[in-house]
Design a protein around this ligand. Structure first.
Ligand code: GAF
Length: 391
């Protein structure tokens, strides 16, 4: 029996006023550096969440999706993170976070300080960003909703502000203590480019990747080992970084560089030292990657990608055997460089590959997973895409 996804009019009876899309992301390099005020270099990808929106006459937000049956409902007058759960928290959380954060920018360009003039909406969510793969399916929903609400409610706010709204929602409505990288990539991404973000100043620069000109492609290996950031390892790693910074007398690990490593080794226990070393060296690798992309092109960044993976595997200890196998197999079969991407503990690896070697590398990874008895991974090419926009 074949099933078809519901259309907007199957679920809602309001008239459609617009559609918005926001992409997932791949992080080229700079992992677990964002919440340490450091540097990241993600790209928005050609996998996205699309929302179709109808205007309501009341102050209700009603949301449905093509991936789960049922309609979730919340009143704009009673938005409360404590009563948000499941995937709809990614939608309601944005409205709540906007309400909380608007006072920070009220008055700038005539921005309203509250949501008193906002109206209700019906929202249908669809997405081709794989869930749990470390490609920011949640940020894609948040950012599609954020740009739609800003457009529809005539909020004169900037994209960096909307990224901070997305992060605030993720932290307080969803309950994951994540940084600002994913929402920034989804909102600020550009075709064929990466976003070089300083997570302290929030200065962002678009960096040309030049993959096509160099005959390269970016392959994603989704190991299908699912991860979550609201619990366990992610929370624990963040706490280690904060402990390390406090013990070294700085407000964040951004204030340290490789020259501080000998002192860090003296002061910290071995595990905390290795966590700190990952962040310090990863920040340097982001800066080196940006410089190398500019001066030599993408064919020269392989060693930095490889070193990033080793650091995440051995120092930050966020890799899993499936990610290590994807990375080592890609490297052994001709990838320029490879690393796990995203928060870790599952999810996806990326490999920068010559187009001519792409299919051979994909086959080798599939064969290696089969030989190891792992679940078959999903392997696909991604291209750097534009950030969230109205369709
Ligand atoms: C997840 C988080 F959401 C990001 O903020 C970032 O910390 C990343 O893991 C690790 O670099 O995607």
């Amino acid at each position: 029996m074949s099933t078809t996804s519901p259309s907007f009019s199957d679920v809602f009876d309001t008239e459609v006023v617009g559609r918005w899309a926001a992409p997932g992301r791949v992080n080229l390099i700079g992992e677990h550096t964002d919440y340490n005020d450091g540097f990241v270099l993600p790209l928005a990808i050609d996998r996205s969440t699309t929302i179709t929106v109808g205007r309501r006459d009341d102050r209700l937000l009603r949301v449905a999706s093509t991936f789960e049956s049922g309609v979730h409902e919340a009143s704009l007058d009673a938005l409360d993170p404590a009563s948000m759960d499941g995937w709809s928290a990614y939608v309601f959380g944005i409205a709540w976070a906007l309400r909380e954060k608007l006072p920070e920018v009220a008055g700038d360009a005539g921005t309203a300080a509250d949501l008193s003039a906002a109206f209700g909406l019906d929202i249908l969510v669809e997405s081709d960003v794989p869930v749990g793969a470390g490609l920011s399916s949640s940020a894609a929903i948040e950012c599609a909703v954020a740009v739609a609400l800003a457009d529809l409610w005539s909020l004169e706010v900037t994209r960096p502000f909307l990224a901070s709204v997305g992060q605030y929602s993720e932290n307080h409505a969803v309950g994951a203590p994540t940084g600002i990288m994913d929402q920034s990539a989804s909102l600020l991404g550009r075709a064929d480019s990466a976003v070089f973000l300083d997570c302290r100043s929030l200065d962002a620069e678009v960096i040309d990747l030049g993959f096509e000109k160099a005959g390269l492609e970016l392959l994603v290996v989704d190991t299908r080992v699912e991860h979550a950031h609201a619990t366990g390892g992610y929370v624990d790693r963040r706490a280690s970084c904060e402990r390390g910074a406090a013990a070294l007398g700085v407000s964040s690990l951004r204030d340290l560089d490789v020259d501080d490593l000998p002192r860090a080794q003296e002061v910290l226990d071995d595990e905390t030292f290795r966590r700190v070393r990952h962040v310090i060296t990863e920040n340097q690798r982001v800066l080196d990657t940006v410089r190398t992309l500019r001066l030599e092109g993408p064919g020269a960044i392989g060693a930095l990608l490889d070193a990033s993976h080793v650091s995440m595997r051995d120092d930050f200890e966020i890799s899993v055997p499936e990610l290590d196998l994807a990375v080592s197999t890609a490297q052994a079969n001709g990838a320029v460089g490879a690393r796990m991407t995203g928060g870790g503990f599952g999810g996806a690896a990326i490999a920068l590959v010559p187009t001519a070697a792409r299919d051979g590398i994909a086959s080798a990874v599939l064969a290696a997973f089969a030989a190891a008895g792992y679940t078959e991974p999903t392997i696909f090419v991604v291209h750097a895409a534009d950030g969230a926009h109205r369709l």
